[in-house]
Design a protein around this ligand. Structure first.
Ligand code: GLV
Length: 326
């Protein structure tokens, strides 16, 4: 008998065919996110779950006693309660590697878009404001090339961003991470820095680190005050790494030059959020990995992890905190 799994989101046909070969499955094929109570109901009698950022709580796991693996179609897994997963012996998997270059491209898009004010000036042209009276200085941005980029988080994606910065834009790169990475320093000529110095010295501060209890609100009032008045904050990590009300205040007070945000504390972002009314904020709907090619690769990888987890094999991408369960 094939193991039973639940797929909590629509997936491409070929990925569904792959799962069908190995598992008996049900699928949530609606556009809207599956409601939490429905997810619980559908997961009660299955061995595997494929979902996007499912809210995995102790209560959820208690009610799904047959679960062996939860396969997340994302690299971040802050929606997993890791302690509870360990207690209930449920493996968690994610989709690293396949999205690194794509997210690094998006990070650079945000750097360029904020520095050169692309969305704002795109609107300026389309709204017919570009006239003979336009003063050149109204359109000025700030340079990216040769500026100092401070990367907070030096994992796989951080490295790809550093490579673009150093070899593409000849930037001076500082980085902060849990542990210094001498081999990367050598490769890219970048320097490890403590967070305070990185904030004080960078023209662009870019966040690309996981959300954990210790990184929640890592960037708050005090950290924003340390940044140069001309600096730009880029967040490609998780919204809650930044204290959003402190960021709103810093931007309102002109303490920093601007922000490029792919992520928000609440997603989808509230349309009344003051950040959305600021010209110097570029706001995106959490699209770091959102290209056709990469999203397909991610969901296929998630399917492979799911199938491995329910067929007695070791999934390729068990999250590091639960690796010892396999
Ligand atoms: C996207 O944010 C991801 O974690 O893959």
């Amino acid at each position: 008998m094939k193991p039973k799994v639940f797929i909590a989101r629509p997936i491409p046909r070929d990925v569904e065919d792959y799962i069908a070969k190995h598992c008996e499955y049900r699928i949530w094929n609606k556009k809207e996110t599956i409601p939490a109570d429905m997810l619980l109901e559908k997961t009660k009698n299955v061995e595997g779950l494929l979902a996007i950022n499912p809210p995995v709580t102790p209560e959820f796991l208690r009610q799904a006693p047959q679960l062996k693996v939860i396969s997340n179609t994302a690299v971040g897994y802050d929606s997993f309660d890791l302690e509870a997963m360990r207690k209930y012996q449920v493996l968690g998997t994610h989709t690293p590697y396949v999205l690194d270059e794509t997210v690094a491209d998006l990070a650079f898009s945000l750097i360029l878009a904020t520095a050169r004010r692309l969305p704002e000036l795109n609107n300026y042209v389309k709204q017919g404001k570009w006239t003979k009276e336009t003063q050149a200085s109204e359109l000025f941005g700030t340079d990216v090339h040769h500026a100092t980029l401070g990367i907070v988080g030096m994992g796989r994606i951080g490295e790809k961003i550093a490579r673009r910065a150093v070899f593409g834009f000849e930037m001076n790169v500082l980085y902060n991470s849990n542990t210094p990475k001498p081999e990367l320093e050598e490769k890219y000529g970048m320097k490890y820095s403590n967070l305070n110095l990185l904030l004080e010295r960078s023209d662009f501060v870019l966040l690309i680190l996981p959300l954990t209890p210790s990184t929640r609100h890592l960037i708050g009032k005090e950290q924003l005050k340390r940044m140069k008045p001309n600096a730009i904050l880029i967040n490609c990590a998780r919204g809650a790494v930044v204290d959003e009300s402190a960021l709103i205040e810093a931007l309102q007070q002109g303490e920093i030059r601007g922000a490029g945000l792919d992520v928000f504390e609440q997603e989808p972002v509230d349309r009344e959020n003051p950040l959305l009314r600021m010209e110097n904020v570029v706001a995106l709907p959490h699209i770091g990995s959102a290209t056709e090619e990469t999203r397909h690769a991610m969901v296929m990888k998630a399917a492979e992890n799911l199938v491995a987890g329910v067929t007695g094999k070791i999934p390729d991408n068990v999250v590091k905190e639960l690796k010892d369960l396999v």
